[in-house]
Design a protein around this ligand. Structure first.
Ligand SMILES: O=C(O)[C@H](O)[C@@H](O)[C@H](O)[C@H](O)COP(=O)(O)O
Length: 335
């Protein structure tokens, strides 16, 4: 079937490639003419303006917007003015689900149908497929089933959970999760969990990296808690090998562990990374939801706050800790 894609960054461009490989017709638009040209050379219909983009689509149109969360509203406003009742607008980025609820209501007033689709898979999605978490109107979701089916990974070699009644799209890697916002709500929690799992691997591997600190023990320094048993921390552990090992039969085997093994193999000391970890909002929104609900989420919260600290946002707090320690005990910082 035909789909229009606005936004040809890493995600949007590869999704178009996967759709074309699956036999779909794609009309593409991006603020960058080069990005449009590149996909036109691969078989897409390139448009040099939003007007030309909309004109190239058959009604009822399906327009997938794949742009950063912060610019979705502006793009929706522009494209909405060109669409007709019955057309479907899909936001496949990482939008806040509460924005989806509002957008779906606003667009419905003009007879437009809005779907929110949490899209997971990153740069690997072209080959592996994209896990799709879909929210919105049921008829609109059903009409786009061929698109979702092609983008999704498919069952592959992962059999359904034992005892699960056969059928349904979840086992193909896409799911209509509920009404407007439900897709991005589920993606938000997915990313909250992603933060927590990433933090768990990062902390665990860091403790293993430091398993040799007994070799350089500074217990003579009165301002540092003495290492009581330096002899207990004499291990130079092969971190890349351990990641590789755990991928086989261990309880923590997972795709994030596979990626941990990749990262440590490519660059054992990770020297090209500063360690300042960005966040795009999903982790924060997960915590907002947990607080709204009164649902405990200590692990996910800690992992989001850890990212802020990684960027130095705790610098003043740490200085105040030192200052207070000096105030009450005359303790000076170790130089
Ligand atoms: O499932 C996915 O493919 C990822 O979760 C992806 O959608 C993620 O949002 C960004 O790669 C980075 O997100 P942060 O900037 O919040 O780490």
């Amino acid at each position: 079937m035909q789909l229009g894609m606005i936004g040809l960054g890493r995600m949007g461009a590869n999704m178009v490639r996967r759709l074309m490989k699956g036999g779909h017709d794609c009309v593409v638009f991006d603020a960058s003419p080069d990005a449009v040209q590149a996909l036109a050379a691969e078989g897409a219909t390139g448009a040099d303006s939003l007007q030309a983009f909309v004109a190239a689509l058959q009604p009822p149109r399906a327009v997938w917007v794949m742009v950063p969360a912060g610019v979705v509203d502006g793009m929706v406003a522009e494209v909405k003015a060109l669409l007709e009742p019955g057309d479907i607008l899909i936001d496949g980025g990482n939008s806040y689900y509460i924005d989806d609820i509002r957008r779906a209501e606003e667009l419905a007033r003009d007879g437009l149908r809005y779907l929110d689709v949490g899209t997971s898979g990153g740069v690997w999605g072209l080959e592996r497929g994209y896990c799709l978490m879909i929210g919105g109107d049921t008829a609109a979701v059903q009409s786009l089933d061929p698109i979702f089916k092609t983008l999704a990974p498919g069952q592959g070699d992962i059999p359904p959970a034992p005892g699960r009644a056969a059928g349904g799209t979840a086992e193909q890697g896409y799911l209509h999760c509920g009404p407007a916002g439900a897709g991005h709500f589920v993606k938000m929690i997915h990313n909250g969990i992603e933060y927590g799992m990433m933090a768990a691997f990062a902390e665990g591997f860091n403790i293993m990296k430091r398993a040799n600190i007994g070799k350089n023990d500074h217990s003579h320094d009165a301002e540092t808690t003495p290492l009581r048993h330096p002899e207990h921390y004499q291990y130079d552990l092969p971190l890349a090998d351990i990641a590789e090992l755990w991928r086989r039969g261990s309880v923590v085997a997972s795709w994030l562990l596979d990626l941990t093994a990749n990262a440590l193999t490519e660059s054992p000391a990770l020297e090209e990374f500063s360690g300042k970890v960005s966040d795009s909002g999903e982790g924060r929104w997960t915590i907002h939801a947990a607080i709204d609900q009164g649902t405990p989420a200590p692990v996910l919260s800690a992992s989001a706050f850890q990212r802020f600290a990684s960027r130095g946002e705790d610098e003043f707090a740490c200085k105040l800790l030192s200052a207070l320690r000096y105030q009450f005990g005359g303790h000076r910082e170790k130089k």
